[in-house]
Design a protein around this ligand. Structure first.
Ligand SMILES: *Cc1c(COP(=O)(O)O)cnc(C)c1O
Length: 379
């Protein structure tokens, strides 16, 4: 979004909103203090004018009623789960979910007395069969973390709503530029702003954008927990948003170029990229998404030691977690937490994040990896 919802003329014409840091907010009088619920600001914990510009920008992009900012993408997953799951409830979570989301379900929700059940990412409307009277939340993530399965969002949301549950979707991969969950029936859209919105691997932040029906409960939990995002970091995300469309255009094209090149190689068993015609969920992808980003999987023809040789030979791709920044990254994927969506049964799955470097240089780097993989221990 090149123009966030901020009027420079309210700030003497300065193009960017000022960074307003603050805890204390002063009131004109005791009467104003006692009537603080009607004021936009009463204490820094609920946000400052800088925070509000980012919240409003994200609500615009997501078509949401309100957006809550939190200190990490993971906190953007845990906040709505805490807001909508209570003791005695049953929660349905897609089996191909971001692994730390599963860890939270296991370590925290279970201890709260919430039953968590994992479902097949391809379940579609059959999720109706898993709904119980006490099912309060259906959690989606599409494409899936690491294996990139595409969910039928509308069908799942319709069944969830028919059973009285709210739906939340981790939309980090697509960004709101390529998928708007609320247009497909989702109640709460989750982002790790750490990834493409931040875009430069220099901050952590998360957001939850809610429709009007879900907003009150979400905001109440955010206030109760006492968490928000720092205004300095909000200003960095606002900067990132201004170039996100241009960056994503490059990430998309570079990732597709390399995915096509990889797919044609004999030492590659499969490329897990939703925008490839060969990908098993490609039709479901095309029907729901308007573009693809820079993160995909590649199944190389070798065991995990061969895959380690591949990764250790890379010079441009860094070995590191997270993604969505300017730099290319590669990791060896571990799917041992999965119970249903177990991933490819042959070879080794690598996850590549294609950054903003020269595509030819990245291809040459991957060639180095393949050579090291083929070379065995002699390399
Ligand atoms: C990275 C990621 C998160 C967590 O974001 P952090 O800011 O690193 O906590 C959540 N969901 C998905 C799908 C992610 O890829």
């Amino acid at each position: 979004m090149a123009h966030p919802p901020y009027d420079p003329m309210t700030m003497h014409g300065f193009v960017n909103p000022p960074i307003v840091r603050g805890s204390t907010v002063l009131f004109e009088s005791t009467a104003a203090m006692e009537d603080r619920q009607s004021l936009r600001y009463s204490y820094g914990l609920a946000g400052t004018p800088t925070t509000r510009v980012l919240e409003d920008a994200l609500s615009d992009l997501e078509g949401a009623y309100g957006t809550a900012l939190v200190p990490s993408g993971l906190a953007a997953v845990t906040l709505p789960l805490l807001a909508f799951a209570s003791a005695g409830d049953h929660v349905l979570v897609v089996d191909s979910v971001y692994a730390p989301t599963r860890r939270f379900c296991h370590q925290v929700l279970k201890r709260m007395g919430v039953t968590v059940e994992y479902y097949d990412p391809h379940i579609g409307s059959d999720i109706a069969g898993l709904m119980r009277p006490e099912t309060s939340v259906v959690f989606l993530e599409t494409p899936a973390s690491n294996t990139f399965e595409i969910q039928d969002v509308r069908a799942i949301c319709d069944a969830a709503h028919a059973g009285g549950a709210v739906t939340m979707l981790d939309n980090t991969w697509a960004t709101p530029l390529f998928f708007r969950p609320l247009d497909h029936g989702v109640d709460l859209s989750i982002h790790a702003l750490t990834k493409y919105p931040g875009g430069h691997s220099d901050l952590l932040m998360g957001s939850v954008s809610a429709n009007e029906a879900s907003w009150g409960k979400l905001l109440k939990m955010q206030t109760a927990l006492g968490i928000n995002a720092a205004p300095d970091d909000c200003s960095l995300v606002l900067r990132g948003l201004k170039t996100m469309a241009v960056r994503l255009h490059h990430h998309q094209q570079a990732a597709l170029d390399l995915a096509h090149w990889l797919e044609a190689r004999e030492d590659v068993l499969e490329v897990l990229h939703p925008a490839l015609a060969s990908f098993s969920d490609h039709e479901a992808f095309k029907r729901q998404f308007s573009g693809s980003t820079g993160l995909f999987g590649v199944v190389v023809d070798g065991d995990r030691d061969a895959a380690r040789r591949f990764l250790d030979a890379l010079e441009i791709f860094g070995l590191g977690y997270s993604w969505g920044g300017h730099e290319s990254l590669a990791v060896l994927v571990d799917l041992s937490d999965r119970t249903i969506a177990k991933g490819p049964d042959r070879g080794s799955l690598l996850r590549l994040q294609i950054g903003l470097e020269n595509v030819g240089d990245l291809q040459a780097d991957l060639e180095r990896g393949f050579a090291a993989m083929a070379g065995g221990d002699a390399q």
